[in-house]
Design a protein around this ligand. Structure first.
Ligand code: URA
Ligand code: SF4
Length: 209
């Protein structure tokens, strides 16, 4: 049963059975914060329970919200391209997000991405922790500031920690890099260099596998 308004989080919706199938089913009905009212559906993580590497993004975007799958829009396509270049087989990965509902604001007919706040990130963390407990990846890769904030705290700086191992009990090897959306949002003339640096970060990940 849900507790008082102030303390409600995804914890109130976790299933007893710890398996990806049970988690996914339970997450579909999560009302651990108010974002369920905004998104079309819960976008749970995707990949093999035996995946050796887990990537954590921020939250589903417009296309992910419609498809019900993480990283299928422009950022996901860029991630896929970078994974191929780095020699990481997508079928060996598990891909998920720190927050599992799309937060957006209408601008005309478009739905504009809004950054999740601390309370929403905290409310949704139990799903991410449960995914980590089930998949137990050898390597955990945090994509961007929101994923890092969720699991490492607000002080963590992604840009100062690229291609480095982070001291953490979350997995045998934990590392962070930028979010692929940052490459798309950046200056067009910087895009190629930013993409190459992102691929370098993923090569570092490949070296840990
Ligand atoms: N950005 C994210 O962080 N996650 C997605 O699934 C898509 C875009
Ligand atoms: Fe639950 Fe997370 Fe969706 Fe909030 S964003 S309702 S905590 S699944």
């Amino acid at each position: 049963m849900a507790r008082s308004r102030a303390t409600v989080s995804a914890t109130d919706f976790l299933p007893e059975e710890l398996s990806l199938a049970a988690l996914r089913e339970a997450a579909a009905d999560c009302k651990g914060c108010t974002l369920w009212q905004l998104g079309t559906q819960t976008v749970f993580g995707e990949g093999a329970e035996s995946a050796s590497v887990m990537f954590v993004g921020e939250q589903p975007g417009d296309q992910e919200d419609r498809a019900g799958k993480p990283f299928v829009g422009p950022a996901g396509q860029l991630l896929d391209k970078a994974l191929v270049e780095a020699g990481i087989d997508r079928s060996t990965t598990y891909v998920t997000n720190a927050v599992k509902h799309f937060k957006w604001q209408a601008r005309g007919k478009r739905r504009i991405h809004q950054k999740p706040n601390s309370a929403e990130i905290t409310a949704c963390r139990p799903w991410l922790e449960a995914e980590l407990a089930v998949v137990r990846p050898h390597v955990l890769v945090l994509l961007g500031a929101v994923a890092a904030q969720s699991l490492l705290g607000r002080e963590f700086r992604v840009t100062q920690n690229r291609r480095k191992l982070i001291e953490s009990d979350l997995a045998e090897a934990v590392t962070a890099t930028i979010h692929p959306s940052a490459i798309l949002r950046g200056e067009p003339e910087r895009r190629e260099a930013e993409f190459d640096a992102f691929v370098d970060d993923l090569r570092f990940v490949a070296g840990l596998l």
